[in-house]
Design a protein around this ligand. Structure first.
Ligand code: PMP
Length: 405
């Protein structure tokens, strides 16, 4: 027997496994609405024009030195402005401990390890449902997990009353994971009023809010508006944590570029916290990669390129108007289902926001979509709207109608 005869194949990842199956399918009709990566109306990956321009400016002008352990300072400065606001007093007062991270996943994992190390008796409250990798991240960081109510399957909206009950019933000083905007997989966010109430209840209970913000700009098309939940918590005096990712809103998926920040009581505490975050990163990957950080800081540090980015996230043209194209496809999918005579309610397709539609289809219905129609998606019924195009929306609607009759 060999060294590794005890190793069994790992379970397939519920999200990335879908892409593998899609690639293996030979049917010309196949549709991938599984993974959350933006596609243009021809189903092709998109590189933003602001990114292309930043790369032209970078090309040939940079050395390949290591970044500092905590990453690029210029990158961090621009990234914090997006989450905390361009005029944030917390940035001016240097109260935010922040490190460049390996995209949103790496930011969450650094935080989970930090939580485990410095609040060893704490747990993390995670919404039901959530992005499946959240469970893996806090599991591997050995932080015990609890859940709180979030989605209401009947209304296909927020279960606000149960959410508030769970917040009230959690022990004082609990850690909560919140999706800052465009909740994955449900596409259901609290309203501004509801966020205010959640923030108030967190204050009463002295809970810690950790915001995972993987889709800033994707909910409304406007990154400022999408930071509203965070700003409400900041106004209420919370010391929050925040994971940011440029995978979706700059289309930098494979560059693995993001940021973890923790708002501290004062500058001294922020220095200490940042130094400890770096200590966690050092034995894992030592220091983060350069290229994505350069692309982001080149774009956000130049008013003209930043404007181009803001336009591209919103609606400059059909090819790259990411948020607007998705909103248009929601309408098209809903109208197609209604035209086909489906008697089920489909308002949630257009009410939900961000990249995903949490359709309400059962795992069995999803299995039929895949086996009979070559349509690939996660078994929880989540449709990545980014994979829906003018060309496939009719086919998709017909198939959904067939399996939900
Ligand atoms: N959090 C949520 C809720 C997500 O949906 C994602 C992307 N699927 C991430 C974090 C992190 O993605 P990445 O590591 O590519 O930034």
């Amino acid at each position: 027997s060999s060294w590794w005869s005890n190793v069994e194949p790992a379970a397939k990842d519920p999200i990335l496994g879908v892409t593998e199956a899609f690639l293996a399918d030979q049917s010309p009709d196949k549709v991938n609405v599984g993974v959350g990566a933006y596609r243009d109306d021809n189903g092709k990956p998109v590189v933003l024009e602001c990114v292309r321009e930043a790369e032209r400016r970078i090309a040939g002008n940079q050395n390949m030195e290591y970044l500092p352990m905590g990453g690029s300072l210029k990158f961090i400065e621009e990234t914090l402005k997006l989450a905390y606001g361009g005029n944030s007093e917390f940035i001016k007062d240097r109260r935010i401990a922040a490190v460049q991270a390996l995209s949103g996943t790496g930011a969450c994992r650094l935080f989970a390890d930090f939580q485990r190390r410095f609040q060893p008796d704490s747990q993390i409250y995670i919404p039901v449902p959530t992005w499946s990798n959240h469970h893996n991240i806090w599991r591997d960081a050995q932080v015990p997990q609890r859940t709180f109510h979030y989605y209401h399957p009947e209304s296909k909206g927020l279960d606000f009353a149960s959410l508030i009950d769970d917040v009230k019933n959690a022990p004082n000083g609990s850690f909560f994971l919140l999706h800052a905007c465009a909740h994955n997989p449900t596409g259901v966010d609290p309203s501004e009023e509801q966020w205010k109430e959640i923030s108030y209840q967190f204050k009463v209970k002295n809970h810690f809010a950790f915001f995972d913000m993987a889709y800033q700009g994707f909910a409304s098309g406007d990154p400022e508006r999408d930071a509203k939940a965070i700003r409400i918590f900041l106004d209420d005096g919370h010391l929050i944590g925040c994971a940011q990712s440029y995978a979706k809103n700059m289309g930098l998926y494979g560059q693995r570029i993001g940021c973890l920040s923790i708002l501290c009581e004062d500058e001294l505490q922020a220095v200490a916290v940042k130094s400890q975050l770096q200590q966690i990163a050092r034995p894992m990957y030592s220091n983060p990669p350069v290229h994505g950080a350069l692309v982001v800081s080149t774009i956000l540090g130049d008013p003209e390129l930043k404007n181009l980015w803001l336009q591209e996230v919103k609606n400059s043209c059909i090819m790259s108007g990411m948020a607007d194209r998705i909103i248009g496809m929601r309408t098209a999918l809903r109208e197609s289902l209604e035209k086909l005579g489906s008697t089920l309610p489909w308002e949630h397709i257009t009410n939900q926001i961000g990249m995903f539609c949490f359709s309400g289809m059962t795992p069995q219905q999803v299995d039929r979509l895949t086996s009979e129609f070559h349509i690939y998606m996660t078994r929880n019924g989540r449709i990545s709207m980014a994979g829906v195009t003018t060309g496939n929306v009719g086919y998709l609607a017909n198939a959904i109608h067939e399996v939900t009759k």
